[in-house]
Design a protein around this ligand. Sequence first.
Ligand code: ADP
Ligand code: MG
Length: 229
Amino acid sequence: MSEERPMLELSGVVRVFEQAGTRLEVLRGASLAVRPGELVGLVGPSGAGKSTLLHIAGLLERPDEGTVRIGGIDASKLDDAKRTEIRRGAIGFVYQFHHLLPEFSAQENIVLPQMIAGLSKREATERARQLLAMVGLEGRASHRPARLSGGEQQRVAIARALANAPGLLIADEPTGNLDPHTAEGVFAMLTKLVRGARVGALIATHNLELAQRMDRVLEMRDGVLVEHA
Ligand code: ADP
Ligand code: MG
């Protein structure tokens, strides 16, 4: 397994925010690799830079220094259009708050990214139905997000993130907004789907107990990543 090319590779990532004359060095040379099918946890106190790192890894933002490789491709050398194409096709992102489109049904929220990627409505709908069944929500297909519980919203968000069969899933505290029992169920579902599809995953969580169930845990400390004991 360690011979396989990483799905995600960060090397020497630096990110500095300048605000009102102060320099905040959030990332100071963060490096990591996530291999196909590997689940990597990301922990660290609030404000440590986890979200900043995940946004850079997910090609939502660019680092000030360092490289981001997705499936071996150096994304720092690409223009925005090409980065967007990779982000849409190769990366699924799950946020703490579902970020589903409120005007669309659960099923439509899973259909849309596939149609943007070029699938026909029929194919996208078929896959959306399969994904909804996989997350146990076949009975909620026509519900809008506001009519779903928090746990259901996150399960739809997970299904949406997997819609284009990405090689990499990035999740930013995906159960941080849920009660412990619901969080447990959503987390178990997320890890099962990720392992089943051999997706590489980088998952930030505050919950050390959940983090310990991943293959490896990295800790953000003073802007760099260290293996969590
Ligand atoms: P975490 O996800 O670990 O809680 P974040 O990555 O959200 O941490 O934030 C790390 C630090 O960077 C925080 O101090 C935050 O206020 C700061 N920060 C994040 N984004 C910006 C931004 N766009 N501009 C200025 N400061 C930011
Ligand atoms: Mg965060």
